[in-house]
Design a protein around this ligand. Sequence first.
Ligand code: ACO
Length: 432
Amino acid sequence: MAGSDQKLTAKLVLPDSKEVTLPVTVGTEDEHAIDIRNLRQETGYITLDNGYMNTGSTASAITYLDGEQGILRYRGYPIEELAEKSNFVETSYLLIKGELPTVSERENFGRMLTRHSLIHEDMHQFFAGYPPSSHPMAVLSAMVASLSAYYPDCLDRNSPMDLHITRLLSKVRTIAAFSYKKSIGQPLIYPKNSLNYCANFLHMMFAVPSEDYEVAPVLEKALNQLLILHADHEQNCSTSTVRMVGSSGANVYASIAAGILALWGPLHGGANQAVIEMLEELRASGGDFKKFLDDVKNKRDNRRLMGFGHRVYKNYDPRAKILKKMCDEVLAHLGVKDPLLDLAKGMEEIALRDDYFVSKKLYPNVDFYSGIIYRAMGIPTNMFTVMFALGRLPGWIAHWKEMVDDKDTKIGRPRQIYTGHRVRKYVPIDQR
Ligand code: ACO
């Protein structure tokens, strides 16, 4: 396992007083882990950790985050700097390849993404088969899995992976925009090679064949920043799903499709949609924060303050900090006055002074303000999680690649503690 330091050890005393010495692994930022890989073999014991709250599933050199300090870095570069100075294509290259590209590497990468943006014409028929009410995440996940049918050499892990990776990055963008166009009954707009990555996406989303469409620079910049902020977040639910599915030998398209489905849940990427729905509901009911927060605190109907709380951040999510500022800037630039922004800010202010949220260290996460920006950009609520998927794609790919290249990778297969019946004798149906 990369980065392990086998000099430190930890001792575990088992109920029969047997002592086991376990090696300790230390990361480059001085995080410590007890390596239990041989525990069951040596002792018969397993560890139990619902939701993997304390379990490291891998060593990884892609993203570092410190939830207590509110730090997030991709390949060592702080998220704040990347959001300000980089663009999404460059950040994707960084995540996947490990280094920032040179000028020619960046040009070449951009050219490849432009070249592979079309999807097979036969796939257009798939869009026609979905009812207009389909959630675009259902369409996106199915389409991404279907890409493996069009590029069957992906089934061989020794086929050139760079090409599949390029196709994914480029075509997921096209599929996302097509799924939106289909849902509103407009003609599909083909990608335009003269535009770069984010502008091309906005063009496919908002242009119509009957008139010219100019991509506003403010929208292009905002989209670049939003996608960068979502690009990776180490071993979260969807990324771990990508690694888990990929660990069985499943192809890259299947693994990414699984990640998209994991992201869809409201406790994960689906929260950006849930935040807007929550704020809309609050507005419709007269904006009574107190009653709303009382319901949350009393766990009425399992209600949660969506866009708040995080498994890892016990401090302000650094991405939410950037997004809050961006929200003000983008809305001002577009001249949009969104009452939901005032509601969100009001809610945040009250929650951050409330003992329930303070004591549980619940702060706004990446989803709290992102939806308000997407709304101002004209992106409909049910597309928010698709936008998240587009942003997270390079992170999923980087982890998939790291997992495949790691000679220590094993198929993901956790253990369990069985709590069901002991052996029973089968009773024939006429005797039950
Ligand atoms: N509103 C109200 N209470 C909350 C919230 C919230 N948003 N988040 C956590 N809590 C409470 C829980 O009820 C629990 O209380 P208890 O100790 O009285 O039972 C305690 O805080 C700990 O919560 P857990 O669910 O155990 O924490 P966990 O780390 O498992 O969950 C999660 C993290 C799922 C993100 C949670 O905070 C949540 O549901 N937030 C709302 C959904 C959301 O915004 N998800 C997006 C996360 S970011 C992302 O995935 C991109």
